[in-house]
Design a protein around this ligand. Structure first.
Ligand SMILES: Cc1cc2nc3c(=O)[nH]c(=O)nc-3n(C[C@H](O)[C@H](O)[C@H](O)COP(=O)(O)OP(=O)(O)OC[C@H]3O[C@@H](n4cnc5c(N)ncnc54)[C@H](O)[C@@H]3O)c2cc1C
Length: 477
């Protein structure tokens, strides 16, 4: 819907309502909030970025958006990778980055009350001082915000053990785009809670399309006493997967279980300059243990992982793993992909398209083979990696966005990878969300599950929360 009020009227009203310093129109700054790290950029610049500093500022923006009918785009750190956070059609970006207070921590209640703009690593620094942690750890946790993680339904490396955001949000404030900018507290401050239909879990993963979330109550858990880690390299993905089966068969429940295919290892190892000999496919496993069990569990783990591997590196603690730089290859993957795309395409501005499918872990080798075949057929060199514990794969390709023929092939590749996931009984998005990039994928998946009517239900839910369709329009449904 085109905005009803003019740009100048909207900005004047926002300034009056929010006070000085919270509405920024500077072109360069607005540009920074108009794109996502994979290379997506707003087709039309938003009018301004607003920076609420109090929950009541969020409510004021929602109320004005409803009254003057302009689109608003909530943002955390804009790292979504699904096209869910960048603005599409003018309007105003609502950045939550100044809502940065950790309001309270209660160990006895196993919860923390935290504002939306708090970064996950900052939250964990604070909790670590008390021997606790918030376990959902997207690889972007240095910048990813609590509000962004809630709304994208994020997961991370510890997903196989701790699940995703939907398992850790107890309650939240939801601000509606309506006449009042209504603020409701949904959910509970307690670990157990029955409140009719579960609106908290509806908002988790709703990608900023249902309500603005200024703060939330999250569940926390004690830090493990110790963590042992082993990294092993395999000649074939088949050997790696057999090893995963052996680990599971022994009843070991990893804290982290990540894998990277051969191409990904090559790219990331040379980018990250890790002091380990990296070749073939990589399996990285961490297990949380009581201190007394350290030697026994590490011995068992390195025995299983070493039986088929070219080589294995181990660490008795997280500190030792960091010293030996055992996580460096995994952490270097995304920047290595961007750097590789820039170098091979000879361009500064590239798109690194990262898929986010999940398949049952038992179908992982098959999935990787089919993805490799499809990539070769469509003329792309693919780097595959992901969270092997929960079957979540992130195959990635580099694309020149100014080359229409390559962009067309990339779109075909993207759709083909989603088709493979559906065919193998998986899903088109495990953690990054639907955004703008996977709307067709969502439709394909629901159709395959004979559940197309679910799309009508989702649209009706969107209308119930946001009747004028002003909140993050063009995303999800
Ligand atoms: C290098 C890299 C690695 C990544 N690794 C992972 C990973 O391991 N696991 C994973 O799940 N994701 C991963 N991601 C994707 C992304 O970083 C996460 O989903 C992250 O949680 C998003 O946080 P953000 O603050 O950047 O949110 P944004 O990208 O700013 O927003 C995400 C969505 O939430 C909405 N939103 C944000 N804040 C609010 C709010 N307060 N109220 C209402 N709506 C809001 C936005 O409109 C958008 O739809 C990765 C991204 C990158 C670039």
């Amino acid at each position: 819907m085109p905005p009803r009020a003019s740009r100048s009227a909207v900005l004047r009203a926002l300034r009056e309502a929010l006070g000085p310093g919270k509405v920024v129109e500077d072109e360069e700054i607005v540009r920074l909030y108009s794109r996502e790290p994979e290379g997506l950029e707003a087709p039309e610049r938003p009018w301004a970025v607003v920076f609420p500093e109090e929950p009541r500022d969020v409510s004021a923006v929602a109320r004005l958006a409803y009254k003057l009918e302009f689109p608003i785009y909530p943002q955390g750190s804009t790292t979504s990778l699904s096209g869910s956070a960048y603005p599409l059609e003018g309007g105003v970006v609502v950045s939550m980055e100044r809502l940065r207070r950790i309001r309270s921590v209660s160990l006895v209640d196993s919860s923390v009350w935290v504002e939306a703009g708090v970064r996950i690593d900052d939250l964990n620094l604070e909790l670590a001082r008390r021997g606790y942690m918030f376990p959902v750890d997207p690889a972007s946790s240095a910048v990813a915000t609590v509000g962004g993680a809630i709304n994208s339904g994020a997961g991370g490396m510890r997903g196989a053990k701790y699940g995703t955001m939907r398992d850790w949000v107890l309650g939240l404030h939801a601000v509606l785009v309506d006449e009042e900018g209504t603020t409701m507290f949904l959910g509970c401050r307690t670990l157990k809670c029955r409140q009719g239909y579960d609106l908290v879990r509806l908002i988790v993963g709703s990608e900023g399309t249902l309500a603005l979330v200024p703060d939330a109550y999250l569940k926390i858990t004690p830090l493990p006493e110790n963590i042992v880690t082993a990294v092993a390299f395999y000649r074939s993905l088949g050997d790696l997967m057999e090893t995963v089966v052996d680990i599971k068969a022994r009843g070991i429940q990893p804290y982290i279980m990540e894998f990277m295919g051969e191409n990904s290892v090559k790219l990331a190892a040379s980018y990250a300059r890790a002091p380990i000999e990296a070749e073939g496919s990589m399996l990285l496993v961490s297990v949380d243990v009581n201190r007394e069990a350290t030697e026994r569990v590490l011995g068992e783990l390195s025995g299983i992982m070493g039986s088929r591997a070219l080589r294995v590196y181990t660490a008795r603690s997280l500190e030792e793993a960091e010293e030996k730089k055992l996580f460096q290859v995994r952490r270097g993957l995304f920047p290595a992909q961007v750097e590789h795309a820039r170098r091979t395409l000879g361009k500064d501005r590239v798109l690194v398209i990262i898929e986010d499918i999940a398949v049952p872990p038992s179908r992982l080798v098959e999935a990787v083979e089919l993805i490799r075949e499809a990539s070769e057929r469509l003329g792309f060199s693919v780097a595959v990696g992901g969270h092997v514990g929960d079957g979540n794969l992130h195959p990635a390709i580099g694309v020149d966005p100014e080359d229409p023929e390559m962009t067309r092939r990339a779109r075909e590749w993207f759709t083909e990878v989603m088709r493979i996931a559906i065919k193998l009984g998986g899903t088109v998005s495990a953690e990054h969300g639907i955004g703008t990039l996977k709307r067709e994928g969502l439709r394909m998946e629901l159709e395959a599950n004979n559940a197309l009517k679910a799309l009508d239900i989702m649209r009706a839910i969107k209308r119930a929360f946001d009747p004028k369709g002003l909140l993050n329009p063009g995303k999800v449904v």
